[in-house]
Write a protein that binds this ligand. Structure first.
Ligand SMILES: NC(=O)c1ccc[n+]([C@@H]2O[C@H](COP(=O)([O-])OP(=O)(O)OC[C@H]3O[C@@H](n4cnc5c(N)ncnc54)[C@H](OP(=O)(O)O)[C@@H]3O)[C@@H](O)[C@H]2O)c1
Length: 245
């Protein structure tokens, strides 16, 4: 690939699931890819397998993001804000009336999904090349509702519009790819059965869950240099469940 077409790509949460599939696509296309996440060993293994660079830091921690800047690339062409997940799936259920527990749960999902995206984007803004692409991974939960997780992903949609509006003069686009149920990731952390998945995808027009590779294809398209007139949008990749009646 010529230096002119080679792009510098940063993918948060790139060690597993959708992020790793996205890193694979960009790496296969010959771009320079850096994946991030909190677990060094997971990242190192994925980076070795994919032939990409990696850097471990907590994207929800302002000091950690600041400290990571020294080792993150400059001249970034594509930023994929993929880190996140439904933190409720890794916490004990909150008892009715436990307002402190409820507040903790809402903060956790806000931090995992909104702060990770907002902090990394803000920190890297001065390093984004003119004409850069910002692609953020949202969720169909923003449309369908799913407690604090859906609310956090909905907050990202408002943030995305503001980001697209303010960076548009530099030719930078900002879009959200919103998956539905996507298997072969760590998202569900072993908390769902085959029956549950079947119920969730029953309203999909194709009656199936998505794959990380399918979500990655949408992210890859939005990251293209010639996708510059598509901005401020939410692209649903879920077999149509967001239209379910
Ligand atoms: N799978 C689905 O059904 C589905 C549906 C809709 C939307 N999504 C969204 O898709 C995105 C990717 O999730 P996935 O399904 O691929 O699940 P996943 O395998 O759990 O991937 C999430 C990645 O984000 C990283 N991460 C989480 N919190 C982080 C933090 N504070 N700082 C840095 N990295 C962090 C995780 O690594 P560490 O734990 O090592 O940090 C992990 O690699 C998420 O935003 C999720 O909300 C998934």
């Amino acid at each position: 690939m010529s230096p002119a077409t080679k792009r510098t790509v940063v993918i948060t949460g790139g060690g597993t699931g959708i992020g790793a599939a996205t890193a694979e696509l960009f790496a296969e296309a010959g771009h320079d890819v850096t994946i991030t996440g909190r677990r060094e060993e997971v990242l190192a293994a994925a980076a070795k397998r994919l032939g990409v660079a990696h850097l471990a830091f907590d994207a929800a921690d302002p000091a950690a993001v600041q400290a990571a800047l020294d080792q993150l690339p400059t001249g970034i062409d594509v930023l994929v804000n993929n880190a996140g997940g439904n933190t409720d799936r890794r916490r004990p259920p909150v008892a009715a009336g436990d307002l402190a527990g409820l507040a903790d749960g809402w903060r956790a999902n806000f931090e995992a999904n909104v702060l990770t995206t907002v902090l990394v984007t803000e920190a890297l803004k001065p390093r984004l090349a003119d004409g850069a692409r910002i692609v953020t991974v949202g969720s169909v939960a923003a449309k369908q509702g799913s407690g604090s997780y859906g609310a956090a992903k909905a907050a990202l949609e408002a943030w995305n519009v503001e980001t697209a509006r303010t960076l548009g003069v530099r030719g930078i686009t900002a879009n959200i790819v919103a998956p539905g149920v996507t298997l072969d990731t760590e998202f569900f952390a072993g908390t769902v059965s085959e029956e549950w998945v079947a119920g969730r995808v029953a309203t999909a027009f194709n009656r199936r869950a998505g794959t990380p590779a399918e979500i990655a294809q949408a992210i890859f398209f939005l990251g293209r240099a010639d996708a510059g007139h598509l901005t401020g949008q939410v692209i649903h990749v879920n077999g149509g469940v967001h239209t379910a009646r």
